[in-house]
Ligand binder design. Sequence first.
Ligand SMILES: NC(=O)c1ccc[n+]([C@@H]2O[C@H](COP(=O)([O-])OP(=O)(O)OC[C@H]3O[C@@H](n4cnc5c(N)ncnc54)[C@H](O)[C@@H]3O)[C@@H](O)[C@H]2O)c1
Length: 297
Amino acid sequence: MRVLVTGGAGFIGSTIVDALVARGDTVVAVDDLSTGARANVATGTPLRVADVSDERQLRGALRDEAFDAVVHAASKTKVVESMEKPDLYRRVIVEGTRNIVKIADELGARMLVNLSTGGAIYGETADCAAEDMPVKPTSNYGKNKAEAEQIVAASRVPSITLRLANVYGPRQRKDLEGGVVAIFLARWRSGEPLVVFGAGSAQRDYVFVSDVVDAVVASFAGTWNGVYNIGTGVATSVNDLIAALSEILGRPQGLTHTAARPAEIERSCVDASKARRDGLWRPRTTLVEGLRRTASS
Ligand SMILES: NC(=O)c1ccc[n+]([C@@H]2O[C@H](COP(=O)([O-])OP(=O)(O)OC[C@H]3O[C@@H](n4cnc5c(N)ncnc54)[C@H](O)[C@@H]3O)[C@@H](O)[C@H]2O)c1
């Protein structure tokens, strides 16, 4: 297959590129390198540096190309930053998605896979959220991602939106908001104490990046469309995450507690039983196994 991966120099996008190259697909990555890195892109895979929200630039970068499938992973991803830079987030997420939908059609794609977010869309989830739970995004990031989902749903190209839980794995940056596993691992390695917000009771659904890649690849079959949650259905607290990492790495060099971040969600978890029921996907990697693979990367 010929596949276009937007955000192909980022954490998840570049891991998708690796998997596609390994299975023999021809891949082109598009990325503006704002948070991604050229070094992440598999050797031999063309990287077109372009801003997805700039239609002219995007068209120029993809002139004369044709693709069987498009994976849209390019996005701004930081909740706090989205409140400080509303215009940037709207432009990249909403206008960027509009451009990708249009171009996917023009370039002949038969499948569009859109990466969205469970955490920022469902809000507080006492029970793990299923896809039919009303969305309640509070941040500009979540609101724009919800709007982008609608744009994708209205696409002429058959499409699927994967609402991802908290993704972790090798290559995740430690300086970006939210990548708590990457942040903790870096502190373990440098011997610095871990900083825990509040009591460490905040729970998240941690899904391993290779499992997310499996969901993307399965989506190419075109059998499924609409919205699917991709997560484990298990909510793990920060304290439990530290305990699991301690099993692998030994005790951290101390713990510092600081005030809980305002507006931080206490419990975020997605129910992926629709994906399992429909035969699209199920998680394969346990948290301990995923942490082990991340720690040894
Ligand atoms: N990491 C997570 O836990 C998580 C959870 C839910 C959803 N997601 C979604 O997964 C996707 C990938 O996220 P990630 O964690 O790999 O983040 P990332 O920042 O590593 O990757 C995003 C990539 O998009 C690129 N990009 C940003 N703006 C661009 C633009 N205007 N034009 C072209 N490229 C641009 C960045 O340079 C980067 O390489 C995003 O859609 C994100 O919303 C991630």
